[in-house]
Write a protein that binds this ligand. Structure first.
Ligand code: ARG
Length: 468
Protein backbone atom coordinates (compact mmCIF):
# COMPACT_ATOMS: atom_id res chain seq x y z
CA UNK A 1 0.00 0.00 0.00
CA UNK A 2 1.16 3.50 -0.86
CA UNK A 3 1.26 4.86 2.64
CA UNK A 4 3.62 2.16 3.94
CA UNK A 5 6.68 4.07 2.83
CA UNK A 6 5.60 7.46 4.13
CA UNK A 7 3.91 6.29 7.31
CA UNK A 8 0.27 7.02 7.96
CA UNK A 9 -1.61 10.28 7.79
CA UNK A 10 -5.03 11.37 8.83
CA UNK A 11 -6.61 12.43 5.55
CA UNK A 12 -7.95 15.85 4.58
CA UNK A 13 -11.61 14.88 4.38
CA UNK A 14 -13.40 17.98 5.65
CA UNK A 15 -14.57 20.50 3.05
CA UNK A 16 -16.36 23.81 3.62
CA UNK A 17 -19.75 22.28 4.44
CA UNK A 18 -18.16 19.85 6.85
CA UNK A 19 -16.14 22.70 8.34
CA UNK A 20 -19.21 24.88 8.91
CA UNK A 21 -21.00 21.89 10.42
CA UNK A 22 -18.14 21.10 12.76
CA UNK A 23 -18.22 24.62 14.16
CA UNK A 24 -21.97 25.32 14.00
CA UNK A 25 -22.99 21.79 14.85
CA UNK A 26 -20.80 21.68 17.95
CA UNK A 27 -21.96 25.12 19.08
CA UNK A 28 -25.64 24.33 18.73
CA UNK A 29 -26.06 21.52 21.22
CA UNK A 30 -27.80 21.46 24.53
CA UNK A 31 -27.52 25.12 25.44
CA UNK A 32 -30.06 26.96 23.33
CA UNK A 33 -32.74 24.45 24.28
CA UNK A 34 -32.24 24.94 28.02
CA UNK A 35 -29.86 27.79 29.03
CA UNK A 36 -32.07 30.79 28.15
CA UNK A 37 -33.90 30.26 31.41
CA UNK A 38 -30.65 30.21 33.43
CA UNK A 39 -29.34 33.35 31.77
CA UNK A 40 -32.66 35.07 32.41
CA UNK A 41 -32.97 33.95 36.02
CA UNK A 42 -29.37 34.99 36.80
CA UNK A 43 -29.53 38.40 35.15
CA UNK A 44 -33.13 39.16 36.09
CA UNK A 45 -34.66 40.84 33.03
CA UNK A 46 -35.38 39.94 29.40
CA UNK A 47 -33.65 43.08 28.09
CA UNK A 48 -30.43 42.39 29.96
CA UNK A 49 -30.52 38.74 28.97
CA UNK A 50 -30.80 39.75 25.31
CA UNK A 51 -27.72 41.93 25.75
CA UNK A 52 -25.84 39.03 27.34
CA UNK A 53 -26.75 36.72 24.44
CA UNK A 54 -25.58 39.34 21.92
CA UNK A 55 -22.30 39.97 23.73
CA UNK A 56 -21.68 36.22 23.96
CA UNK A 57 -22.14 36.00 20.18
CA UNK A 58 -19.75 38.89 19.68
CA UNK A 59 -17.12 37.32 21.94
CA UNK A 60 -17.46 34.00 20.11
CA UNK A 61 -17.09 35.72 16.74
CA UNK A 62 -14.07 37.78 17.73
CA UNK A 63 -12.52 34.75 19.42
CA UNK A 64 -13.19 32.72 16.28
CA UNK A 65 -11.46 35.31 14.08
CA UNK A 66 -8.40 35.27 16.34
CA UNK A 67 -8.31 31.49 16.11
CA UNK A 68 -8.65 31.72 12.33
CA UNK A 69 -5.44 33.73 12.22
CA UNK A 70 -3.72 31.33 14.63
CA UNK A 71 -4.82 28.41 12.48
CA UNK A 72 -3.19 29.92 9.43
CA UNK A 73 0.08 30.77 11.23
CA UNK A 74 0.30 27.40 12.98
CA UNK A 75 -1.31 24.93 10.57
CA UNK A 76 -1.18 21.95 12.93
CA UNK A 77 -4.19 20.31 14.56
CA UNK A 78 -4.75 20.55 18.30
CA UNK A 79 -5.96 24.16 18.80
CA UNK A 80 -5.12 25.52 22.29
CA UNK A 81 -2.59 22.78 22.93
CA UNK A 82 -0.48 23.43 19.87
CA UNK A 83 -0.84 27.24 20.10
CA UNK A 84 0.24 27.24 23.74
CA UNK A 85 3.10 24.86 22.94
CA UNK A 86 4.38 27.12 20.16
CA UNK A 87 4.04 30.35 22.17
CA UNK A 88 4.08 29.81 25.94
CA UNK A 89 6.10 26.59 25.80
CA UNK A 90 6.08 23.01 26.95
CA UNK A 91 5.21 23.28 30.61
CA UNK A 92 2.08 25.39 30.12
CA UNK A 93 1.06 23.26 27.14
CA UNK A 94 1.33 20.17 29.30
CA UNK A 95 -0.73 21.79 32.06
CA UNK A 96 -3.33 22.58 29.44
CA UNK A 97 -3.45 19.13 27.94
CA UNK A 98 -3.59 17.52 31.35
CA UNK A 99 -6.62 19.58 32.43
CA UNK A 100 -8.18 19.38 29.00
CA UNK A 101 -8.04 15.63 28.69
CA UNK A 102 -8.74 14.83 32.33
CA UNK A 103 -11.47 17.37 33.06
CA UNK A 104 -12.48 19.94 30.50
CA UNK A 105 -13.21 17.77 27.53
CA UNK A 106 -14.85 14.96 29.45
CA UNK A 107 -16.85 17.60 31.32
CA UNK A 108 -18.13 19.31 28.20
CA UNK A 109 -18.82 15.98 26.53
CA UNK A 110 -20.60 14.65 29.59
CA UNK A 111 -22.65 17.83 29.95
CA UNK A 112 -23.95 17.48 26.41
CA UNK A 113 -24.43 13.72 26.77
CA UNK A 114 -26.53 14.21 29.92
CA UNK A 115 -28.86 16.59 28.10
CA UNK A 116 -29.11 14.21 25.16
CA UNK A 117 -29.99 11.44 27.58
CA UNK A 118 -32.59 13.49 29.41
CA UNK A 119 -34.46 14.17 26.17
CA UNK A 120 -33.97 10.64 24.91
CA UNK A 121 -35.40 8.89 27.96
CA UNK A 122 -38.16 11.43 28.70
CA UNK A 123 -40.76 9.76 26.42
CA UNK A 124 -40.44 6.52 28.44
CA UNK A 125 -41.27 8.29 31.69
CA UNK A 126 -44.03 10.61 30.59
CA UNK A 127 -45.34 12.74 33.40
CA UNK A 128 -42.57 11.99 35.90
CA UNK A 129 -38.86 12.76 36.17
CA UNK A 130 -36.76 9.90 34.84
CA UNK A 131 -34.46 8.21 37.39
CA UNK A 132 -30.85 9.42 37.38
CA UNK A 133 -29.60 5.94 36.64
CA UNK A 134 -31.60 5.70 33.42
CA UNK A 135 -30.34 9.11 32.30
CA UNK A 136 -26.72 8.23 33.02
CA UNK A 137 -26.97 4.87 31.29
CA UNK A 138 -28.43 6.52 28.21
CA UNK A 139 -25.65 9.11 28.27
CA UNK A 140 -23.09 6.30 28.47
CA UNK A 141 -24.71 4.54 25.51
CA UNK A 142 -24.52 7.71 23.42
CA UNK A 143 -20.84 8.16 24.25
CA UNK A 144 -20.10 4.55 23.30
CA UNK A 145 -22.04 4.72 20.04
CA UNK A 146 -20.18 7.87 19.00
CA UNK A 147 -16.87 6.33 20.03
CA UNK A 148 -17.50 3.40 17.72
CA UNK A 149 -18.57 5.62 14.84
CA UNK A 150 -15.54 7.86 15.24
CA UNK A 151 -13.16 4.92 15.35
CA UNK A 152 -14.74 3.41 12.24
CA UNK A 153 -14.58 6.32 9.85
CA UNK A 154 -13.82 10.00 9.65
CA UNK A 155 -16.22 10.33 6.75
CA UNK A 156 -19.09 8.77 8.69
CA UNK A 157 -18.47 11.04 11.68
CA UNK A 158 -18.36 14.08 9.39
CA UNK A 159 -21.59 12.94 7.75
CA UNK A 160 -23.33 12.74 11.13
CA UNK A 161 -22.09 16.22 11.90
CA UNK A 162 -23.54 17.62 8.65
CA UNK A 163 -26.91 15.86 8.96
CA UNK A 164 -27.49 16.80 12.61
CA UNK A 165 -26.44 20.38 11.83
CA UNK A 166 -29.16 20.54 9.17
CA UNK A 167 -31.75 19.14 11.58
CA UNK A 168 -30.99 21.66 14.29
CA UNK A 169 -30.98 24.62 11.96
CA UNK A 170 -34.44 23.56 10.77
CA UNK A 171 -35.63 23.16 14.38
CA UNK A 172 -34.40 26.61 15.36
CA UNK A 173 -35.93 28.15 12.23
CA UNK A 174 -39.28 26.55 13.17
CA UNK A 175 -39.02 28.12 16.64
CA UNK A 176 -38.21 31.49 15.07
CA UNK A 177 -41.11 31.35 12.59
CA UNK A 178 -43.51 30.38 15.37
CA UNK A 179 -42.33 33.39 17.34
CA UNK A 180 -42.78 35.72 14.39
CA UNK A 181 -46.36 34.53 13.95
CA UNK A 182 -47.03 35.20 17.65
CA UNK A 183 -45.52 38.67 17.40
CA UNK A 184 -47.76 39.48 14.46
CA UNK A 185 -50.71 38.33 16.51
CA UNK A 186 -49.78 41.05 18.96
CA UNK A 187 -47.94 39.02 21.66
CA UNK A 188 -45.52 41.83 22.43
CA UNK A 189 -46.36 42.43 26.09
CA UNK A 190 -43.25 40.56 27.37
CA UNK A 191 -41.06 43.08 25.61
CA UNK A 192 -42.41 46.08 27.52
CA UNK A 193 -40.33 47.42 30.45
CA UNK A 194 -37.80 44.86 29.46
CA UNK A 195 -35.04 45.98 31.83
CA UNK A 196 -37.13 45.85 34.97
CA UNK A 197 -35.54 43.70 37.67
CA UNK A 198 -32.02 43.61 36.17
CA UNK A 199 -29.39 42.14 38.51
CA UNK A 200 -26.26 44.07 37.66
CA UNK A 201 -23.83 42.52 40.18
CA UNK A 202 -20.42 41.49 38.85
CA UNK A 203 -20.82 37.88 39.79
CA UNK A 204 -24.32 37.58 38.31
CA UNK A 205 -23.07 39.11 35.06
CA UNK A 206 -20.16 36.65 35.12
CA UNK A 207 -22.35 33.63 35.76
CA UNK A 208 -24.90 34.75 33.16
CA UNK A 209 -22.03 34.93 30.68
CA UNK A 210 -20.88 31.45 31.65
CA UNK A 211 -24.34 30.10 30.98
CA UNK A 212 -24.71 32.00 27.70
CA UNK A 213 -21.20 31.20 26.51
CA UNK A 214 -21.81 27.53 27.12
CA UNK A 215 -24.29 27.67 24.22
CA UNK A 216 -21.67 29.27 22.04
CA UNK A 217 -18.81 27.02 23.10
CA UNK A 218 -17.40 25.02 20.27
CA UNK A 219 -16.62 28.15 18.20
CA UNK A 220 -13.03 26.90 18.16
CA UNK A 221 -13.84 23.33 17.06
CA UNK A 222 -12.30 23.50 13.60
CA UNK A 223 -8.89 24.47 14.96
CA UNK A 224 -8.64 21.06 16.61
CA UNK A 225 -8.64 19.40 13.19
CA UNK A 226 -6.82 21.88 10.94
CA UNK A 227 -4.74 19.07 9.41
CA UNK A 228 -7.92 17.31 8.26
CA UNK A 229 -9.52 20.33 6.59
CA UNK A 230 -9.17 20.82 2.84
CA UNK A 231 -7.42 24.15 2.08
CA UNK A 232 -7.51 25.31 5.69
CA UNK A 233 -6.03 28.69 4.78
CA UNK A 234 -9.29 29.61 3.01
CA UNK A 235 -11.80 27.29 4.59
CA UNK A 236 -10.90 28.00 8.20
CA UNK A 237 -11.61 31.76 8.20
CA UNK A 238 -14.60 31.27 5.92
CA UNK A 239 -16.17 28.56 8.06
CA UNK A 240 -15.63 30.63 11.21
CA UNK A 241 -17.42 33.63 9.68
CA UNK A 242 -20.31 31.65 8.25
CA UNK A 243 -20.92 29.35 11.19
CA UNK A 244 -20.61 31.82 14.04
CA UNK A 245 -22.74 34.52 12.40
CA UNK A 246 -25.38 31.93 11.54
CA UNK A 247 -25.46 30.57 15.07
CA UNK A 248 -25.56 34.03 16.68
CA UNK A 249 -28.46 35.16 14.49
CA UNK A 250 -30.39 31.98 15.21
CA UNK A 251 -29.81 32.22 18.98
CA UNK A 252 -30.93 35.84 19.21
CA UNK A 253 -34.10 35.24 17.23
CA UNK A 254 -34.88 32.07 19.16
CA UNK A 255 -34.64 34.05 22.40
CA UNK A 256 -37.11 36.56 21.03
CA UNK A 257 -39.42 33.75 20.07
CA UNK A 258 -39.29 32.16 23.54
CA UNK A 259 -40.41 35.48 25.02
CA UNK A 260 -43.12 35.97 22.44
CA UNK A 261 -44.63 32.71 23.63
CA UNK A 262 -43.87 32.66 27.36
CA UNK A 263 -43.75 35.27 30.09
CA UNK A 264 -40.35 35.65 31.77
CA UNK A 265 -41.82 33.84 34.81
CA UNK A 266 -42.95 30.87 32.73
CA UNK A 267 -39.60 30.80 31.01
CA UNK A 268 -37.62 30.71 34.25
CA UNK A 269 -39.76 27.96 35.76
CA UNK A 270 -39.89 25.66 32.73
CA UNK A 271 -37.68 22.60 32.96
CA UNK A 272 -36.70 22.72 29.29
CA UNK A 273 -37.68 25.86 27.38
CA UNK A 274 -37.72 24.36 23.92
CA UNK A 275 -40.14 21.66 25.02
CA UNK A 276 -42.41 24.09 26.85
CA UNK A 277 -42.34 26.22 23.70
CA UNK A 278 -43.23 23.17 21.58
CA UNK A 279 -46.15 22.21 23.80
CA UNK A 280 -47.53 25.74 23.69
CA UNK A 281 -47.15 26.42 19.99
CA UNK A 282 -47.17 23.05 18.26
CA UNK A 283 -49.73 21.45 20.56
CA UNK A 284 -49.82 17.71 20.04
CA UNK A 285 -46.71 18.03 17.85
CA UNK A 286 -44.74 19.34 20.80
CA UNK A 287 -42.68 16.14 21.00
CA UNK A 288 -40.95 17.15 17.75
CA UNK A 289 -38.98 19.67 19.79
CA UNK A 290 -37.74 16.98 22.18
CA UNK A 291 -36.55 14.89 19.27
CA UNK A 292 -34.83 17.92 17.73
CA UNK A 293 -33.16 18.79 21.04
CA UNK A 294 -31.93 15.20 21.46
CA UNK A 295 -30.52 15.08 17.93
CA UNK A 296 -28.94 18.47 18.42
CA UNK A 297 -27.12 17.37 21.56
CA UNK A 298 -26.09 14.14 19.84
CA UNK A 299 -24.49 16.09 16.97
CA UNK A 300 -22.74 18.45 19.36
CA UNK A 301 -21.40 15.47 21.29
CA UNK A 302 -20.07 14.02 18.05
CA UNK A 303 -18.16 17.25 17.30
CA UNK A 304 -16.88 17.43 20.87
CA UNK A 305 -15.70 13.87 20.76
CA UNK A 306 -14.08 14.17 17.35
CA UNK A 307 -12.16 17.30 18.23
CA UNK A 308 -11.23 16.16 21.76
CA UNK A 309 -9.67 12.98 20.40
CA UNK A 310 -7.46 15.11 18.14
CA UNK A 311 -5.94 17.03 21.07
CA UNK A 312 -4.95 13.80 22.75
CA UNK A 313 -3.52 12.55 19.47
CA UNK A 314 -1.46 15.69 18.82
CA UNK A 315 -0.20 15.88 22.40
CA UNK A 316 0.98 12.27 22.18
CA UNK A 317 2.77 13.10 18.94
CA UNK A 318 4.67 15.83 20.80
CA UNK A 319 5.64 13.38 23.55
CA UNK A 320 3.22 14.73 26.17
CA UNK A 321 1.04 11.62 26.28
CA UNK A 322 1.89 7.94 25.93
CA UNK A 323 3.04 7.06 22.39
CA UNK A 324 0.20 4.72 21.71
CA UNK A 325 -2.22 7.66 21.69
CA UNK A 326 -0.46 9.21 18.70
CA UNK A 327 -1.18 6.24 16.47
CA UNK A 328 -3.83 5.77 13.83
CA UNK A 329 -5.62 2.69 12.56
CA UNK A 330 -3.69 1.31 9.59
CA UNK A 331 -6.71 0.96 7.31
CA UNK A 332 -9.38 3.19 8.71
CA UNK A 333 -7.00 6.11 9.31
CA UNK A 334 -8.77 7.19 12.48
CA UNK A 335 -6.89 8.06 15.71
CA UNK A 336 -8.62 5.20 17.51
CA UNK A 337 -6.36 4.87 20.59
CA UNK A 338 -6.86 8.56 21.43
CA UNK A 339 -10.61 8.21 20.87
CA UNK A 340 -10.86 5.12 23.07
CA UNK A 341 -8.88 6.85 25.82
CA UNK A 342 -11.16 9.92 25.62
CA UNK A 343 -14.19 7.65 25.86
CA UNK A 344 -12.95 5.91 28.99
CA UNK A 345 -12.31 9.19 30.79
CA UNK A 346 -15.70 10.59 29.75
CA UNK A 347 -17.43 7.53 31.14
CA UNK A 348 -15.62 7.97 34.46
CA UNK A 349 -16.56 11.67 34.70
CA UNK A 350 -20.15 10.79 33.86
CA UNK A 351 -20.56 8.89 37.11
CA UNK A 352 -20.52 11.88 39.51
CA UNK A 353 -21.28 14.72 37.05
CA UNK A 354 -24.26 17.10 37.21
CA UNK A 355 -25.00 19.55 34.44
CA UNK A 356 -25.06 22.97 36.14
CA UNK A 357 -21.78 22.67 38.00
CA UNK A 358 -20.14 21.07 34.98
CA UNK A 359 -20.99 24.17 32.94
CA UNK A 360 -19.62 26.65 35.48
CA UNK A 361 -16.32 24.90 36.20
CA UNK A 362 -15.87 24.06 32.56
CA UNK A 363 -16.22 27.71 31.52
CA UNK A 364 -13.86 28.86 34.24
CA UNK A 365 -11.01 26.62 33.07
CA UNK A 366 -11.79 27.07 29.39
CA UNK A 367 -11.55 30.88 29.59
CA UNK A 368 -8.40 30.68 31.64
CA UNK A 369 -6.70 28.84 28.78
CA UNK A 370 -8.32 30.93 26.04
CA UNK A 371 -6.66 33.91 27.76
CA UNK A 372 -3.25 32.25 27.47
CA UNK A 373 -3.86 31.45 23.79
CA UNK A 374 -4.91 35.03 23.04
CA UNK A 375 -1.83 36.43 24.78
CA UNK A 376 0.15 34.09 22.54
CA UNK A 377 -1.51 35.55 19.46
CA UNK A 378 -0.80 39.10 20.62
CA UNK A 379 2.82 38.07 21.16
CA UNK A 380 3.05 36.58 17.65
CA UNK A 381 1.52 39.71 16.15
CA UNK A 382 4.04 41.97 17.84
CA UNK A 383 7.21 39.88 17.78
CA UNK A 384 6.78 37.61 14.75
CA UNK A 385 5.22 40.02 12.30
CA UNK A 386 6.58 38.34 9.21
CA UNK A 387 5.44 34.78 9.79
CA UNK A 388 3.41 33.90 6.71
CA UNK A 389 -0.33 34.10 7.37
CA UNK A 390 -3.16 34.13 4.86
CA UNK A 391 -5.58 35.70 7.29
CA UNK A 392 -5.05 38.55 9.74
CA UNK A 393 -7.13 40.28 12.39
CA UNK A 394 -6.40 43.77 13.71
CA UNK A 395 -4.55 43.56 17.01
CA UNK A 396 -7.39 45.22 18.96
CA UNK A 397 -9.49 42.12 18.44
CA UNK A 398 -7.32 39.70 20.44
CA UNK A 399 -6.84 42.44 23.03
CA UNK A 400 -10.61 42.85 23.44
CA UNK A 401 -11.21 39.11 23.70
CA UNK A 402 -8.34 38.83 26.17
CA UNK A 403 -9.94 41.48 28.38
CA UNK A 404 -13.25 39.62 28.17
CA UNK A 405 -11.50 36.36 29.07
CA UNK A 406 -9.78 37.89 32.10
CA UNK A 407 -13.10 39.31 33.26
CA UNK A 408 -14.74 35.93 32.82
CA UNK A 409 -12.13 34.15 34.89
CA UNK A 410 -12.07 36.73 37.68
CA UNK A 411 -15.71 37.85 37.97
CA UNK A 412 -17.20 34.81 39.68
CA UNK A 413 -14.26 34.62 42.09
CA UNK A 414 -14.06 38.26 43.11
CA UNK A 415 -17.68 38.74 43.90
CA UNK A 416 -18.56 35.42 45.39
CA UNK A 417 -15.50 33.25 46.02
CA UNK A 418 -16.32 29.59 46.19
CA UNK A 419 -13.90 26.94 47.28
CA UNK A 420 -14.55 24.89 44.12
CA UNK A 421 -12.75 27.41 41.95
CA UNK A 422 -9.69 26.94 44.14
CA UNK A 423 -9.89 23.19 43.56
CA UNK A 424 -10.05 23.76 39.82
CA UNK A 425 -7.00 26.05 40.00
CA UNK A 426 -5.10 23.52 42.11
CA UNK A 427 -5.97 20.80 39.68
CA UNK A 428 -4.70 22.82 36.72
CA UNK A 429 -1.40 23.46 38.49
CA UNK A 430 -1.01 19.86 39.57
CA UNK A 431 -0.06 19.18 35.95
CA UNK A 432 3.44 20.43 36.82
CA UNK A 433 3.88 17.65 39.35
CA UNK A 434 3.45 15.10 36.58
CA UNK A 435 5.47 17.08 34.07
CA UNK A 436 8.74 16.93 35.97
CA UNK A 437 9.20 13.14 36.27
CA UNK A 438 7.33 11.91 33.21
CA UNK A 439 8.01 14.50 30.55
CA UNK A 440 11.14 16.35 31.64
CA UNK A 441 13.05 13.34 32.99
CA UNK A 442 11.25 10.88 30.72
CA UNK A 443 10.83 8.39 33.54
CA UNK A 444 8.69 5.86 31.85
CA UNK A 445 7.82 2.57 33.45
CA UNK A 446 9.11 -0.35 31.37
CA UNK A 447 5.74 -2.03 31.29
CA UNK A 448 4.45 0.87 29.24
CA UNK A 449 6.67 -0.15 26.31
CA UNK A 450 5.37 -3.68 26.45
CA UNK A 451 1.83 -2.42 26.72
CA UNK A 452 2.37 -0.16 23.70
CA UNK A 453 3.53 -3.05 21.57
CA UNK A 454 0.64 -5.20 22.69
CA UNK A 455 -1.94 -2.48 22.06
CA UNK A 456 -0.41 -1.65 18.73
CA UNK A 457 -0.97 -5.18 17.49
CA UNK A 458 -4.32 -5.52 19.15
CA UNK A 459 -5.74 -2.26 17.82
CA UNK A 460 -3.94 -2.46 14.45
CA UNK A 461 -2.48 1.01 14.78
CA UNK A 462 0.81 2.58 13.71
CA UNK A 463 2.53 5.94 14.23
CA UNK A 464 1.02 8.70 12.10
CA UNK A 465 2.81 11.63 10.49
CA UNK A 466 1.95 15.29 10.57
CA UNK A 467 -0.16 16.52 7.73
CA UNK A 468 1.26 19.87 6.76
N1 ARG B 1 -22.35 24.76 22.82
C1 ARG B 1 -22.65 23.41 23.15
C2 ARG B 1 -24.01 23.28 23.75
O1 ARG B 1 -24.78 24.18 23.76
C3 ARG B 1 -21.63 22.83 24.07
C4 ARG B 1 -20.43 22.39 23.35
C5 ARG B 1 -19.45 21.78 24.26
N2 ARG B 1 -18.46 21.15 23.48
C6 ARG B 1 -17.38 21.74 23.08
N3 ARG B 1 -16.62 21.09 22.29
N4 ARG B 1 -17.03 22.90 23.49
O2 ARG B 1 -24.36 22.24 24.19
Amino acid sequence: MGHDTHGLNLQREVGLIGAVSFIGGTMIGSGIFISPQYVLSTIGSPGASFIIWSCCGLIAMLGGLCYAELGTIIPESGAEYIYILRTAGKVVAFMFVFSFIMVMRPASGTGVALIFAEYAVAPFYSGCTPPQLAVKLMAAVSILVLAIINCLSVRLATGIQVVTMAVKVVALVVIILGGIVMLFQGRTENFEDSFEGTNAGISSIGIAFYQGLWSYDGWNTLNYLTEEVKHPEVNLPRAVLIAISLVTTLYLLVNVSYLAVMTPKELVSSSAVAVTWGNKVLGSWGWVMSVAAALSAFGSLNGTFFSGGRVCFVAAREGHMPDILSMAHVHRLTPSPALIFTTIISLVVLIPGDFQSIVNYFSFSAWFFYAIVLSGLIYLKIKKKDLPRSYKVPIVIPILVLIAAIFLVLAPIIDNPQIEYLYVALFISSGIVLYIPFIHYKLCPRVLDKLTVFLQLFLEVAPADKNL
